[in-house]
Design a protein around this ligand. Structure first.
Ligand SMILES: [Zn+2]
Length: 279
């Protein structure tokens, strides 16, 4: 696995970046060995933003981010993990997501807000699949999402999953029409809390001291679990919720068996990012 980092420093912070902020950012980040430093806009000084590209994850990056924030800069970074085809094939578990994005018929995508945390107000959506109507028919075996939100599974893929007797999965018919074309995909098995280094997990900025640690904004790396705690099913969701306060979501984690099955039944846009399992 290789990690690539893009670190952005921005002169347009809420508190107002100090004069000479680009020099501060460069002095802090150059010793970490960025491959490229790109000012934007180019070439007109002064830059509004600097981007530092790394072809590895520099140790202590979170400390430097915190230091620059204290100095009044607006800073954030992205981490992209790249895996070889062999690493994907060998992974026990993979995070997966939809292929294409489908469209709902107007006013048919409905949900109930469910409170995840009463202290900070983090909520998640419980989708009402029975009222949903989807414009596009399935294209064979596929997973897709509707208006970028709920995950649905085509009838053909649902049939293959049933025949394979996969665990941890519940399928809910979409709409009331017969035959069913799409099923809402729900997971019934929850993974234990992540064993990923806490420095790589970004807490939700709304978190209060009373909040439990299950709502996060982002993970700046791949997910990791301890083997003895794992006990995974074929379909799982993370204990943690990710993303915003109003629509926090759990990630879908599948077994290698399911990932392979996706390939065998011709799900062309299947995707999978390995999860690390540590002893
Ligand atoms: Zn909370």
């Amino acid at each position: 696995m290789r990690e690539f980092v893009e670190f952005f420093a921005d002169g347009d912070s809420e508190v107002g970046a100090p004069p000479g902020w680009p020099e501060l950012a460069v002095a802090a980040l150059r010793p970490l060995g960025p491959k490229v430093i790109k000012p934007w806009p180019i070439p007109d000084p002064p830059p509004l933003q600097l981007c530092f590209e790394f072809d590895y994850y520099p140790e202590g990056l979170e400390t430097i981010q915190a230091q620059l924030r204290r100095q009044g800069l607006s800073v954030d970074y992205w981490v992209r993990c790249e895996h070889t085809a062999a690493e994907v094939r060998q992974a026990e578990l993979l995070v997966t997501g939809p292929g294409r994005v489908l469209t709902s018929v107007e006013d048919t995508l409905r949900w109930k807000d469910v409170t995840v945390c009463r202290y900070c107000g983090t909520r998640t959506a419980h989708w009402q699949f029975e009222s949903l109507q989807i414009v596009e028919p399935p294209q064979g075996a596929e997973l897709a999402n509707v208006d970028h939100w709920p995950l649905v599974c085509s009838a053909e893929l649902a049939q293959a999953l049933r025949e394979a007797q996969v665990t941890g999965l519940a399928l809910v018919p979409v709409g009331l029409d017969w035959p069913v074309q799409w099923y809402g995909l729900l997971t019934t098995h929850e993974l234990p809390p992540l064993a990923t280094s806490p420095s790589r997990l970004v807490p939700n900025p709304v978190r209060t001291p009373q909040c439990v640690a299950n709502h996060l904004w982002d993970a700046k790396t791949l997910l990791a679990y301890r083997r003895q705690e794992l006990g995974a099913a074929d379909f799982n969701h993370t204990y943690e919720y990710f993303g915003g306060v109003e629509t926090a979501v759990r990630l879908l984690v599948i077994s290698q068996r399911v990932y392979r099955l996706f390939g065998e039944v011709g799900f062309k846009r299947r995707n999978g990012y390995p999860v690390e399992v540590v002893d």
